[in-house]
Design a binder for this molecule. Structure first.
Ligand SMILES: [Zn+2]
Length: 326
């Protein structure tokens, strides 16, 4: 995990840790895209890191599991969709509820969405917090939060990067100089927003590739599918990404077709009409196998022995072999 900027926040956290006064509850507040969620994970690592330094080591089992969001005692709560009953349950059951015997950390995101009832429930808890539980709150706006809550928790503000810092981070991540400059300026150094814009631009690009690829499968033209592969972007730093995106997005189209053929609804792919046509052309058994092949190759992308060219050619061979069973 890499933390960019937010030096003030990092300093506060390391001071807490150094003086052994990590707060039981804290709130990261700041604009969307300024690193609140990353800092929340970072703080959870600080609570759990096996090395116990003033910054998490990022390599021990606890840090690793926290970074991957698979630590059993780090629980994420989306405040927009949590009822007061659920919240009371969490607060009541906190003592002794940890899986691994230590503390349990709850990360409550977008806390400003909690209604008055929920906030009051939390306030009651904060008056007598459990020593088995830690709360990390994030909010893009602290105006909607009860002052009585704010006075009982540690408040840490997150800040955007400077435009130049943001531009450099984007460039280090493989974004072209021109694009990095444009995004950093447009979003005034807000890295999260820049990355989001980049991601959706990327997604749209791969939706087109996946659509074209699935269209080739529909019409049974393997050479057309092969030309799609040849036109995929080839970023120097991440050869897996284009393969992953193509296989995943095409797989989602097959999945939608399968769902439709079974009388269900399309839910994940980028082109419902195409999924419908695939559903009409292929029997359920073939569609189900196309989903399986996509899933299988999605897994291969993450394997150690990955080679983009071999993977894509093998994927195409398997997909067409399956479709031809029709
Ligand atoms: Zn660690």
């Amino acid at each position: 995990m890499e933390i960019y900027g937010n030096k003030g926040a990092l300093k506060r956290l390391s001071e807490y840790k150094e003086s052994e006064r990590m707060p039981h509850s804290l709130l990261f507040f700041g604009d969307t895209g300024t690193g609140k969620r990353t800092l929340a994970d970072y703080t959870a690592m600080l609570y759990f890191c096996e090395r116990g330094g003033t910054a998490p080591c990022m390599t021990c089992l606890n840090c690793e599991r926290t970074e991957k969001h698979i630590h059993p005692d780090v629980i994420y709560i989306d405040c927009e969709n949590t009822s007061v009953t659920k919240l009371r349950e969490i607060l009541r059951d906190s003592a002794g509820a940890s899986v691994e015997g230590g503390i349990r950390v709850y990360i409550l995101s977008e806390f400003q969405f909690f209604n008055r009832e929920c906030q009051n429930a939390l306030l009651t808890y904060l008056e007598e917090p459990s020593d088995k539980m830690r709360l990390i709150l994030t909010a893009s706006n602290k105006n909607g939060i009860l002052p009585t809550i704010l006075s009982r928790i540690a408040l840490i503000q997150t800040e955007p990067l400077t435009v130049t810092e943001c531009e450099n981070v984007l460039k280090d991540g493989g974004v072209s100089e021109e694009e990095a400059e444009k995004l950093a300026r447009m979003y005034k150094g807000n890295l999260g927003m820049s990355l989001k814009a980049l991601e959706s631009e990327n997604a749209a690009l791969y939706f087109d590739f996946a659509r074209e690829y699935a269209e080739a499968v529909y019409s049974g033209e393997e050479y057309k599918a092969l030309t799609v592969i040849q036109r995929l972007p080839q970023p120097k730093d991440d050869k897996r990404e284009p393969v992953r995106m193509l296989v995943t997005e095409t797989g989602k189209l097959f999945h939608d077709a399968f769902a439709k053929a079974c009388g269900g609804k399309a839910s994940c792919g980028c082109d419902e009409a195409l999924a419908q046509r695939l559903a009409e052309k292929y029997p359920v058994s073939v569609l189900s196998e196309l989903c399986e092949v996509s899933q299988h190759f999605g897994g291969i992308v993450s394997s150690v022995y990955f080679n983009s060219k071999i993977t894509l050619n093998a994927f195409t061979a398997r997909i067409f072999e399956t479709a031809e069973k029709n």
